[in-house]
Design a protein around this ligand. Structure first.
Ligand SMILES: Cc1ncc(C[n+]2csc(CCOP(=O)(O)OP(=O)(O)O)c2C)c(N)n1
Ligand SMILES: [Mg+2]
Length: 576
């Protein structure tokens, strides 16, 4: 006969056990997470069950790639860490483009993926993929957590690694049995990780040397990348540039780091940068790079890049220093700290001659286009958007000509207003990015300036925008081509337009089918009015702008050419 033993009474010494799935959710909440993008599946069902009544806002994309771009743009717009959840196998592999995009642009994301049961790993189990293996080169850090006791610490460390130093995506893979297993949770404490050290303070002596070199320079240029935005150092940059009277050019990722309406602004440099920025870089005597990485789209032919310049490089990531271009004065540390210290040592210089030379280039080769045509020029739509939103909107893009025109013709005055895939160049990024940015900034006007082909890659996220009534405004610069590919084929492949156009649907009708508003613009005179109407829409809205089909982006530094060997200058000169 079984003896009746009373159940043990709960008292202070009884450990409170929680399943791994609950620990995941609790740790996310503890880390300050308010928003999650994610898609369910078999091995994350325990986790989704706990998300059912978690104090978090959850957004369900139509594809995990979309979810990852949403988390990415959420992070870029807000400065917080984005979170995305996916199931094992196809859910995890669908994240890869999003992770690689975030990795290349140094965006903090924590991705949580489910994994098959620990005892099945390596067995070709249903929906098994080696997620940590696949994502190792496209994450800042990743790991698989096979012990429930490690979940809380792993997630805390994931947030720490994702958001500190040079930020990036971190993936935590959790087998389903670990989600179900139970343990007691350790309270959060200070994070100590051997082998992960971040230097924030710059070397004072080096800062002095750099400041002296800048003070004695006649033709300095500040070359600014996305790192300044990540470091929230735009005020410090402005203070330095104004105090020292130094012209500033930014990379694509750096747009918004410096107010483009200021006289020191040289706008963007590089392959499709302004002629005056490229000339200034080539002729400067000191180039002060802050949070930029000398990407090949910026430098042109490396051997001839900034030939007369001493190079100062401020970066949080020591691996970026002298990677592509030899650096004379390296400064490893946080841009905000270093710029502040440097500004105190910088003296005002008139540099009249240098600014006059630059003014000459600006006058001779302004960023311009021929708008004396009956058809709609894509640049005109962008200028009109910039005018109507007074530069206040958050602007996302796809990849291609429309992206470059946005960089050239939208005036950015503040950081975190331009969201684009710079490093990886991910077509299809713009629309889910706009959704993520809108989730982060509910009161803000969020625009996606997209290409017909780029938008076609992720347009299913219309379902997400409509489901959550996110009032994103998409302006498709529909040239009926993969315009950037066509431009290269025109210039370098004898106009043999090999598979560079797709038959696209009536985008406005597609929008309406999803429950969004849809407009089509075919005539130039409609542009201002329809933009106005679209911006006033309360819900998501698509505007299909039929633009000039064979417009090109100028100026252009062809591959292998020096930065000051630009094509298309005659047109700019003619339009000046
Ligand atoms: C996922 C992906 N595939 C291919 C490319 C190569 N690519 C770069 S731009 C471009 C064409 C983009 O066309 P569209 O979105 O219509 O923009 P447009 O250049 O016409 O403004 C292509 C195919 C890419 N960047 N990303
Ligand atoms: Mg196109």
């Amino acid at each position: 006969m079984a003896s009746k033993v009373p159940p043990p009474a709960a008292n202070a010494s009884t450990p409170i056990l929680k399943p791994g799935s609950q620990i995941v959710v609790d740790t996310l909440v503890e880390q300050g997470v308010e928003v999650i993008f994610g898609y369910p599946g078999g091995v994350v069902l325990p986790l989704f069950d706990k998300l059912y009544d978690a104090p978090l806002r959850f957004y369900l994309p139509r594809h995990e790639q979309g979810g990852c771009h949403m988390a990415d743009a959420y992070a870029r717009a807000s400065g917080r860490t984005g979170v995305v959840i996916a199931t094992s196998g196809p859910g995890a592999t669908n994240l890869t483009t999003g992770l690689a995009t975030a990795m290349m642009d140094s965006v903090p994301i924590v991705a949580i993926t489910g994994q098959v049961r620990t005892d099945l790993i390596g067995n070709d189990a249903f929906q098994e993929a080696d997620t940590t293996g696949i994502t190792r080169p496209i994450t800042k850090h990743n790991l698989i957590v096979k012990d429930v006791k490690e979940i809380a610490r792993s997630i805390r460390e994931a947030f720490y690694i994702a958001s500190t130093g040079r930020p990036g995506p971190v993936l935590v893979d959790i087998p389903v049995d670990t989600e179900v297993a139970q343990c007691e949770v350790e309270p959060a404490g200070p994070i100590e990780m051997r082998g992960y050290r971040i230097r924030t303070q710059g070397h004072s002596k080096q800062i002095q040397i750099a400041a002296q070199a800048i003070n004695s320079a006649e033709k300095p240029v500040l070359y600014v990348g996305g790192g300044v935005i990540t470091a929230n150092a735009t005020d410090e940059l402005r203070a330095l540039a104004i105090k020292g009277n130094i012209p500033v050019t930014t990379t694509l990722m750096g747009l918004g780091a410096y107010d483009q309406t200021r006289p020191e602004s040289l706008d963007m440099l590089g392959m499709h940068g302004s002629a005056y920025a490229n000339y200034a870089v080539q002729q400067c005597d000191i180039l002060i790079s802050v949070g930029a990485r000398f990407d090949d789209r910026v430098t042109g032919k490396l051997k001839t890049f900034a030939p007369g310049a001493k190079i100062v490089h401020i970066d949080i990531d020591p691996a970026s220093i002298s990677k592509n271009v030899h650096v004379d004065i390296p400064l490893v540390g946080d841009a905000k700290t270093i710029l502040t210290e440097m500004a105190s040592l910088i003296e005002h210089r008139d540099r009249t001659e240098w600014f006059e030379t630059i003014a000459g280039w600006k006058k001779k080769y302004p960023l311009s286009y021929d708008n004396n045509t009956a058809c709609i020029k894509p640049q005109y739509v962008i200028e009109e958007l910039s005018r109507q939103t007074k530069g206040e909107a958050i602007v996302c893009t796809g990849v291609g000509q429309h992206q470059m025109w946005t960089a050239q013709f939208f005036r950015f005055t503040k950081p975190r207003r331009f969201i684009s895939s710079g490093g990886l160049g991910t077509m299809g990024f713009g629309f889910p990015a706009a959704i993520g940015a809108q989730v982060a900034m509910p009161g803000q006007t969020v625009i996606d300036i997209d290409g017909d082909s780029s938008f076609s890659m992720t347009l299913q996220e219309l379902g997400t925008a409509v489901q959550y009534q996110l009032p994103v405004k998409v302006f498709i610069l529909n040239n009926g081509y993969m315009g950037m590919v066509r431009q290269w084929q025109e210039l370098f492949y004898h106009k043999r337009y090999s598979h560079s156009f797709l038959k696209v649907p009536d985008f406005a009708a597609v929008a309406r089918a999803f429950g969004a508003a849809g407009y089509t613009i075919e005539k130039k005179e409609q542009v201002p009015q329809v933009i106005k109407q679209a911006l006033a829409e309360k819900g998501p809205c698509i505007v299909d702008c039929h633009v000039e089909r064979e417009e090109n982006v100028w100026p252009m530094v062809a591959a292998g050419k020096a930065l000051d060997e630009m094509d298309g200058l005659e047109l700019l000169e003619r339009m000046a």
